[in-house]
Ligand binder design. Structure first.
Ligand code: URA
Length: 262
């Protein structure tokens, strides 16, 4: 009698049993085969396509560079930064703080990174230090609403407002460089020692760097004059330093006048 099994191996086994005089229950063998098939077969297809698994880059700086270089506008760059998961700071931050102000302005101010208020509102320099920065800019006829772009060298708030470390700065740098290439400021003001040192890639502190003009150059060779300024948060703690900051602001005003051809 033909065996109702569909596996050639099992079929020859049951044939052999029968030859040896063993009574084979083919219905049971078939049931056994079906159960075994079910255990090996993939689960039934769901209607919804499974979510594609996101590739985890092995080198986040390379990933940032590749994302940044693919951006042709500040809006695209902002979206790329917001979607980027390569900063260890992102998980604890509430928001990604990218930029505020007037794209295309001659002046670009670059600070250290968001504090608590910036993290809450998703905008750079909107806390107490930011209010002082706005007043400093107003004193030389600049504002984020009309003729200044404001950003940072790091886009996520470090816990406890500590300084961003080298790795945290390194993953942001390709975005910072691309922002400068796209915004094309005529002059960068680095607000504080952290951005001044990071942008100029120097171990020198702010007291050594301030008071004079430097040049910031992207890895693609795009060069922009840069003037370091004492950080407004530092000026809030040490108002006696405001006269130095005022001298630096006058230098910024003078250089902007020259660079804008005024
Ligand atoms: N300090 C900074 O350096 N940047 C901000 O955005 C806010 C405070």
């Amino acid at each position: 009698m033909p065996a109702p099994t569909s596996s050639p191996a099992l079929e020859s086994l049951t044939d052999w049993w029968e030859e040896m005089g063993v009574a084979v229950d083919h219905v049971q063998v078939e049931a056994y085969l079906k159960a075994a098939e079910g255990a090996e077969s993939p689960p039934p297809q769901q209607d919804a396509a499974p979510a594609p698994r996101r590739r985890k880059p092995t080198n986040w700086v390379d990933e940032a560079r590749s994302l940044a270089s693919g951006c042709a506008s500040l809006d695209q760059l902002k979206a790329a930064i917001e979607g980027f998961d390569g900063s260890p700071l992102k998980a604890a931050a509430q928001t990604t703080v990218v930029y505020d102000g007037t794209p295309g302005a001659a002046l670009m101010v670059i600070g250290e990174g968001p504090g608590a208020e910036e993290d809450r509102r998703g905008l750079p320099f909107v806390g107490k230090a930011g209010q002082l920065l706005d007043r400093m800019l107003a004193a030389i006829g600049r504002s984020r609403e009309t003729n200044a772009l404001i950003s940072n060298v790091n886009y996520w708030r470090p816990p406890g407002n500590r300084n961003p470390d080298e790795e945290e700065l390194a993953v942001c740098r390709p975005f910072v460089e691309r922002m400068i290439e796209l915004a094309k400021p005529k002059l960068i003001v680095a607000a504080g020692g952290v951005p001044a040192k990071a942008l100029l890639e120097t171990p020198d502190g702010i007291m050594r760097l301030r008071g004079t003009e430097h040049v910031f150059t992207t890895s693609g060779g795009y060069a922009v004059p840069l003037i370091p300024l004492l950080h407004p948060a530092y000026l809030l703690r040490r108002p006696q330093e405001k006269s130095r900051a005022w001298r630096d602001l006058l230098l910024v005003e003078e250089r902007l006048g020259e660079l804008e051809g005024g």
